[in-house]
Write a new protein. Sequence first.
Length: 323
Amino acid sequence: MRLIVIGTGAGGGCPQWNCGCENCNFARNNPESARTTDSLAIAYEQDGETCWAIVNPGVDLRHQLARHPEMQPPKGGALRQTPIRSVILTDGELDHTMGLINLREGARLKVFATASVLDLMETAFPVRTVLRNYANLEFERIIPGVPFFLGDSVRVTATGLSGRQPKYAGAKSLPSGRKDDENQGNIDAVIGLKFENIVENADAIAYAPQIGVWGRQIEALLEGAAIILVDGTFYTSDELCSLGVSAGSAEDMGHLPLAGQDGILAKLKESKARVKLLTHINNTNPILRDNSPERQAVENAGVKIAVDGMCLSTSKAGEKSRD
């Protein structure tokens, strides 16, 4: 099973267009360190053909796909074709769904999402209606705990992590990081995913770019996964406020911070996964600076920071960064 981390930034990427923080200014002067919005691509076999699924297509999708020949039209084939056959959404956030607009030229795509996200795409963010006359999109419902399949080779199991709705949903939103989210019977607004190859005896990969509370759900998702990619959005709870940005805490925005006794880094220290990666990293996060004490804390916890273009191969049990 092969997976490409095609983007690793939070909603605005890095540099964010209107941000003059130290990280963004560095990325402007050093484009190789720039980050596009968080997204994955996973390869699977279908009727003897290699196909690709895009997980959380964002606003940078067109640029991301241009970097990877594997997901471009094969040479010598029909004029309009693509190996991209599926899309999976872990939530309804704009930075994880706007890429559907880029895919409107595709002839046929399966889009997997939970009932909560499918509802948003018919109401508060009616992208299904908008795209109806552009593309042949088949929407499939994800039910947490019930596996679904990509072609003949990959099993995907979702775990409900939160009932938190995106900001654009307005009154439908739930308070972020609610301690009782994990006790609700139907939490599918935010999910994590576990990918397993059913053909090979290979490692499982778990992906959770939005973790508001570290509870039994996230523990269940990560259990048995040798490679995990999890929420690295903010280092501290007050990261944005400390920089003078008018915003709530990390938890208010649906993200458990990395630091602290109960933060994500402390939890990852206890994980038995062989490869532990952070993704969905906000442009203000000091872990993006090589010489920062926050970066050192990440490394001391046995955790790595994912980069755009990183490839993960479960059959080889390794990873490599972009060229």
